[in-house]
Design a protein around this ligand. Structure first.
Ligand code: DX5
Ligand code: ZN
Length: 219
């Protein structure tokens, strides 16, 4: 069954601890934490000190999505702050293999994130150093954007590639994962769903209720 990871940048930023504690009462597979630097993407979100503070409130795995230039410089910082998995953008690092190895050397799962327009061929010579691929289904940087439909084919192609090569690589989808898009991304082969404003953090819904809805929707 697919795994669900609430995207904490979509929670009440002034009360992240509350969101974590409440969601942990429900079945949460991982928490997705977005890190932005105002350069790779035109926005800012969470940083290592917040990750460290939140770490003390939960044992649920932390999946850190680095939307920053030169992520290789910050792998140790986020590993020290409590990451379990770290993804870096292929568009943001020159020595991708070395960066992924740095993540693995710290005993963490290493992920590659691809913007919607970035081809899957970027994985051709690196698949043995990847634990998961983040397929961005919106252009990264902001919550509440529209799903880019061409990415459905990309999910399917990646899923076929993984099956053909008999790899153990998870496909994570990030951006506008909603009750409308979930059936299709699952059908195409997604394994990990990053759930933000489109499904979980809706103002007109209670968090617990939304998490129950999501869990029953995918089971
Ligand atoms: C996009 C972020 C996501 C995103 C998910 O740059 O990485 O985590 O905000 O939330 P929604 O559902 O608002 O697209
Ligand atoms: Zn993300």
């Amino acid at each position: 069954m697919a795994k669900i990871g609430p995207s904490l940048m979509c929670a009440d930023m002034g009360n992240l601890e509350d969101a974590i504690l409440r969601l942990d009462q429900k079945s949460v597979d991982f928490f997705h934490l977005d890190v932005m630097d105002g350069r790779f993407v035109p926005n800012f979100t969470l940083g290592p000190d917040i990750v460290k503070t939140l770490r003390s409130h939960t044992k649920t795995p932390f999946d850190i999505h680095l939307m920053i230039e030169e992520p290789e410089k910050y792998i140790d910082v986020f590993a020290d702050s409590g990451a379990d998995m770290i993804s870096v953008h292929v568009e943001a690092t020159t020595h991708l293999q070395r960066t992924l190895q740095l993540i693995r050397n710290r005993g963490l799962k290493a992920g590659i994130a691809l913007n919607p327009a970035t081809p899957l061929s970027n994985l051709d010579y690196i698949w043995d150093t990847i634990d998961y691929v983040v397929l961005m289904t919106v252009n990264p940087g902001f919550a509440g954007q529209k799903f880019i439909p061409l990415v459905y084919d990309k999910i399917e192609q990646l899923s076929q590639y993984i099956a053909e090569k008999q790899l153990t690589i998870d496909i994570q989808v990030d951006g506008n994962i909603s009750f409308e898009t979930i059936p299709k991304v699952l059908e195409k082969g997604a394994d990990m769903l990053v759930c933000g404003t489109s499904s979980l953090f809706k103002k007109d819904n209670f968090l617990e209720e939304a998490m129950d809805d999501l869990n029953s929707f995918i089971s």
